[in-house]
Ligand binder design. Structure first.
Ligand code: UDP
Length: 435
């Protein structure tokens, strides 16, 4: 394999479009992660093409983000939104479209970084067709997810098998937290190469505004005690726990108490159904007067919301990492989170926020009250939270670590794999890529 100065690399995220609007059904942390590492790797000199599936007829085929970084939307099945669980049978077409696109380029991709299990399958197929290094990030593990839901989908068996083969055979799997790494080893396979590199956040954007200024911008009075949730409407995000906690808060009768639940939803889709369910619990508990649903919050305005809040609550049943906590922490706002997965890594209890058992309304209520009733401590937690993010979770440091990993893997491959002919591998025949 040729190791040249500026590598052309592909980030493959079949189901998570890096150029999509974030914060709605199935567009969350994975989309943000791919887009951010793509842009930061481009700044470091990599030539980054990010591949996803076209999910709407009006979407541009190519979105240029900066000189060396673009999103390419491949035709894969109908140009309409499809849930992740329905995409597997379309993957052979994605592989073919990828190969056809690649063939038109001057140089093949020497490394691909795949995201989520669907893309890992694409990467493993491509690896059989041409010499390349494959790095994979799971973003979510079937082995964990299926423990937390009652209605296990028919695709589960396939997903679990693909995730196991992926860990055992790709060049490197990136775990985003020590907890995720541990789960891979205990629940997926003891074989395979894992490196732990966390997710990051934009520490310039998040943290650019102080609380007083943010509140002026949003029209929130200084005396308001603001509790904020940001994220998708999904049962596993545990929003119900937060709402029930607010109903039990000692500050329940305080006219200044306010709950804001930010995130997009589409009527009739799964996130719209969850939002309706949450709204009905809010009504049932008599919290309508103090609860606001501002809808999807754009990344450009999110720093104001995080900074304006007194506390950000992340009540998820599980998170492999969770971007929302580090975004809030970068804005100097302490986080109350479930004591699970990557949240145990990012939130240091009693130091940058508080960790409490998941689904425990009373424990969440107590933790929120402790922070709201002690503004000096709240500010101390927030300052330490900012320092923690600056030290460990900036996108620039994450991209540098990924770049270093790619370089090492490419050199290892160059030492072991015979140099290929420069021509791009031929487009595979359909039967070569069939599931
Ligand atoms: N997000 C957003 N606007 C919203 C809600 C969420 O931009 O209205 C973003 C949020 O800032 C974060 C991402 O969506 O970057 C959610 O990532 P996280 O890892 O917390 O959760 P996921 O959605 O991956 O489960």
């Amino acid at each position: 394999m040729l190791v040249t100065q500026k590598h052309r690399i592909a980030l493959i995220s079949v189901d998570g479009d890096p150029a999509a609007e974030i914060g709605q059904e199935e567009a969350g942390g994975q989309n943000v992660y791919v887009r951010q590492i793509g842009e930061f790797l481009a700044d470091l000199g990599w030539q980054v093409d990010m591949f996803t599936r076209r999910s709407h007829p009006d979407q541009a085929e190519i979105v240029q983000h900066r000189d060396n970084c673009r999103t390419i939307r491949l035709k894969t099945g109908p140009a309409k939104f499809m849930g992740r669980d329905d995409l597997f049978d379309l993957l052979p077409e994605f592989v073919q479209e990828f190969q056809a696109f690649q063939q038109k380029q001057a140089q093949p991709y020497s490394l691909i970084h795949t995201h989520y299990w669907l893309s890992s399958w694409v990467g493993m197929k491509l690896k059989k067709l041409q010499p390349l290094v494959q790095v994979h990030t799971y973003h979510s593990l079937g082995a964990i997810k299926y423990r937390t839901i009652d209605d296990i989908p028919p695709i589960a068996t396939k997903r679990l098998a693909v995730e196991k083969t992926c860990l055992e055979t790709v060049d490197c799997v990136v775990a985003t937290s020590p907890q995720e790494q541990e789960h891979m080893r205990s629940l997926v396979s003891t074989k395979g190469h894992i490196e732990m590199i966390p997710c990051g956040t934009d520490i310039q954007r998040f943290g650019s505004v102080d609380q007083a200024t943010a509140r002026k911008l949003l029209g929130i009075p200084p005396e308001t005690k603001l509790v904020l949730y940001v994220g998708r409407f999904d049962k596993r995000k545990g929003i119900e726990t937060l709402v029930r906690a607010i109903a039990q808060s000692e500050l329940r009768g305080d006219a200044n108490l306010k709950l804001m639940i930010g995130g997009g939803s589409s009527p009739g889709r799964s996130d719209g159904i969850e939002r309706d369910r949450i709204e009905s619990i809010v009504r049932e508990l008599g919290l309508s007067d103090i609860t606001e649903f501002p809808g999807r919050l754009d990344q450009s305005v999110l720093p104001n919301y995080y900074a304006a809040a007194d506390v950000v609550v992340v009540p998820s049943h599980y998170e492999p990492f969770g971007l929302v906590p580090i975004e809030a922490m970068a804005c100097r706002t302490p986080v109350v989170a479930s004591n699970v997965g990557g949240l145990q890594f990012t939130v240091v209890s009693e130091v940058t926020g508080l960790l409490v058992p998941p689904k425990d309304d009373a424990a969440f209520a107590k933790a929120i009250d402790r922070i709201l009733s002690n503004p000096t401590w709240r500010n101390e937690l927030g300052q330490t939270a900012r320092q923690r993010v600056e030290i460990g979770f900036s996108w620039s440091s994450v991209a540098a670590r990924l770049g270093q990993l790619y370089t090492t893997l490419l050199h290892q491959a160059a030492a072991t794999v015979p140099v290929p002919t420069p021509a791009v591998a031929a487009t595979p025949k359909k039967e070569q890529v069939a599931a």
